[in-house]
Design a protein around this ligand. Structure first.
Ligand code: NI
Length: 254
């Protein structure tokens, strides 16, 4: 069955029909969902979801865009949350230079702190990196992040950058962008990357694939992404689904 490696079902976009939607997942072929967190508030909401649905797991982490008021106490709280039995990764953590705030220094500080957190608790990392290719790679290399492992979620960089992460043993998270008219760069990365290092994700409610671009996304759209990968890799969508499911289980140590 399809393994969704990254979605945000605690998002308010799902407030009106969350239970109906999530109840339809397993019968629609979505076997496992990892709900990604970005702040203390979303960690709490995500844990609630995992209590309600046996097939939902959660990450634990603070997103670079949400780390402006992060404290050592909050870091300690995150570490405690990592011992929850349905927590499977530290994330999403990383750098996002798309907006000016929080400052680069603050983002780097909490990115490094959360890499070390992942190392301490033996969790893989879910990396968010936007408009920050060089700094992200520099930090990860300097902290030997390849020993920790994880996935570069919503991969948006070049084949050259992908090669660096693949060589470090990281997985590449592929979502709706692969269907976009301007998604050529990601299609090149998918062509280059071994299928054994690709995982499926939606980043729901964001980044719905064509023909739903701009609408609310959900994991139910993952077959469209698997189909596109299948075309690029010249294999069947069924094989893409079963191989990426295996990859995701390895990624999350399940
Ligand atoms: Ni996300």
């Amino acid at each position: 069955m399809i393994f969704e490696t990254h979605a945000h079902f605690d998002d308010e976009a799902f407030d009106n029909d969350r239970d109906d939607l999530l109840s339809s997942m397993v019968s629609s072929g979505i076997g496992t969902i990892v709900n990604a967190t970005s702040s203390k508030r979303t960690v709490e909401a995500s844990i609630e979801l995992t209590r309600k649905y046996p097939f939902i797991y959660t990450t634990i982490g603070v997103h670079p865009s949400d780390c402006d008021e992060m404290t050592e106490a909050e870091l300690k709280w995150l570490e405690e949350m990592c011992s929850y039995d349905k927590a499977v990764a530290v994330g999403e953590i990383g750098l996002d230079y798309h907006y000016d705030e929080p400052s680069k220094d603050i983002q780097k500080k909490w990115f490094e702190a959360q890499i070390e957190l992942a190392r301490r608790v033996h969790f893989p990392m879910i990396i968010h990196s936007r408009d920050a290719a060089k700094d992200t790679l520099d930090i990860m290399k300097s902290l030997n992040a390849g020993d920790i492992g994880g996935d570069i979620h919503c991969f948006s960089y070049s084949v050259e950058t992908a090669r660096e992460y693949l060589n470090m043993g990281f997985y590449i998270g592929v979502g709706g962008v692969i269907t976009f008219k301007n998604g050529r760069k990601l299609r090149e990365v998918v062509e280059y990357a071994p299928i054994e290092q690709i995982v499926l994700e939606t980043d729901s409610p964001y980044l719905a694939p064509e023909p739903y671009r701009g609408k609310r996304n959900s994991s139910l759209n993952l077959p469209l992404i698997a189909q596109k990968i299948a075309e690029i890799k010249n294999m069947s969508a069924e094989d893409v689904i079963s191989i990426t499911e295996k990859n995701a289980r390895k990624l999350y140590h399940m």
